[in-house]
Write a protein that binds this ligand. Structure first.
Ligand SMILES: Cc1cc2nc3c(=O)[nH]c(=O)nc-3n(C[C@H](O)[C@H](O)[C@H](O)COP(=O)(O)OP(=O)(O)OC[C@H]3O[C@@H](n4cnc5c(N)ncnc54)[C@H](O)[C@@H]3O)c2cc1C
Length: 247
C-alpha cells in the first residue's frame, strides 16, 4: 500500500507530490486528463519568470521535478475512493480508476479540479456553487474524513496557479506531519549552516558543500537551457464550448 495517492497531476497535485516524495513518502499521482492551465495562452503572473512562460512548458517542468523528487505517475481517471475497512480509516483507501487496477493508499489528496464525484461514497463535505462542487477543508487541507485531503481550486482556493501550487505544498506538509514523518523543513543549506553552530542538521534538511552546490547549479542550468531551447509545438486548449479551426 502506498503512503499517499494524489488524484490530479495539475498545479496543486504536482506541488503536493514534490513535497511528500521528497519527505520520503511513497507518492503516486493519478491523472486523468490535463490541467486547466493548459488553456492559458501565456503564464505571466507566476513568480520566477520575468517575461512569463508557456503554461504547457511550466507543467512539463513541474512534472519532471515531481519525477525527480521520486513521485510515480499513473494515467487514469479515478472513479471512486472507499475505505479499505469501514470502521478503520487508518487501514487506508481503495481507489478505482476507469480501466485500471484498483489502487491502495493510506492517504488521499484530491487535487482534481473540477471533479470530486469519486469522493461521494466518503461524504467528505462537498459544497455546490453554481454547477461546480468544492470540498470543504481545514487550514491543512484536511476534509471531514481522516486521511482524505483536498488541494488547489477544488478546495475553494482562488483560481490562480501560484495559489494552487502554494496550497498543494501546504497540504503536502499536512500529510507529512499527519504521517508522523520526522520533519522540520524541506531546505537545502550551505555546509555549516546548522553544524557550524553546533546543531544537528534537522530532519528534512540537507547541508551541501560548495562543490556539490556548483554541481547542482550546473545541472539545473543545463535542464533549463535544454527545456527552453525550442518553442513548444502544442497550442493552448480552447474552451470546449468554442469552435476553433485548428489547422
Ligand atoms: C483559460 C485559463 C487561463 C488561465 N490563466 C491563468 C494565468 O494566467 N495565471 C494563473 O495563475 N492562473 C491561470 N488560470 C488558472 C489556473 O489554471 C488554475 O487556477 C490552476 O490550474 C488550478 O490548479 P489545480 O491543481 O487546482 O487544478 P488543475 O491544474 O486543473 O489540475 C487538476 C488535475 O486533475 C485532473 N483530474 C480531474 N479529475 C480527475 C479524476 N477524477 N481522476 C484523475 N485526475 C483528475 C485533471 O485532469 C487535471 O490534470 C487560468 C485558467 C484558465 C481556464
Amino acid at each position: 500500500m502506498r503512503d499517499v495517492c494524489i488524484v490530479g497531476g495539475g498545479v496543486a497535485g504536482l506541488a503536493a507530490s514534490i513535497l511528500t516524495a521528497r519527505a520520503g513518502l511513497d507518492t503516486l499521482v493519478v491523472d486523468g486528463g490535463e490541467s486547466i492551465l493548459a488553456r492559458n495562452a501565456s503564464l505571466e503572473n507566476y513568480p520566477g519568470f520575468p517575461d512569463g512562460i508557456d503554461a504547457r512548458r511550466y507543467l512539463q517542468l513541474t512534472r519532471e521535478q515531481a519525477r525527480n523528487a521520486g513521485a510515480t505517475f499513473e494515467l487514469g481517471r479515478v472513479t471512486s475512493v472507499e475505505p479499505v475497512a469501514e470502521d478503520d480509516l487508518e487501514a487506508g483507501f481503495v481507489l478505482e480508476t476507469d480501466g485500471g487496477e484498483p489502487l491502495e493508499a493510506r492517504r488521499v489528496i484530491a487535487a482534481s479540479w473540477a471533479d470530486s464525484d469519486y469522493l461521494v461514497p466518503l461524504d467528505v463535505g462537498r459544497i455546490q456553487r453554481g454547477n461546480k462542487h468544492f470540498v470543504s477543508v481545514d487550514e491543512g487541507g484536511r476534509t471531514a474524513v481522516d486521511g482524505v485531503y483536498a488541494a488547489g481550486r477544488i478546495a475553494g482556493e482562488p483560481h490562480q496557479a501560484i495559489v494552487a501550487a502554494g496550497h498543494g505544498a501546504k497540504v503536502g506538509f499536512a500529510v507529512i506531519h499527519d504521517a508522523d514523518v520526522n520533519f522540520y523543513q524541506d531546505w537545502v543549506v550551505p555546509e555549516g549552516y546548522f553544524t557550524g553552530r553546533g546543531r544537528e542538521v534537522p530532519p528534512g534538511c540537507e547541508e551541501i558543500d560548495d562543490e556539490e552546490r556548483r554541481r547542482r547549479d550546473e545541472r539545473a542550468r543545463e535542464t533549463m537551457l535544454e527545456a527552453l531551447s525550442e518553442p513548444l509545438a502544442e497550442r493552448p486548449t480552447m474552451h470546449p464550448s468554442v469552435e476553433r479551426d485548428r489547422s
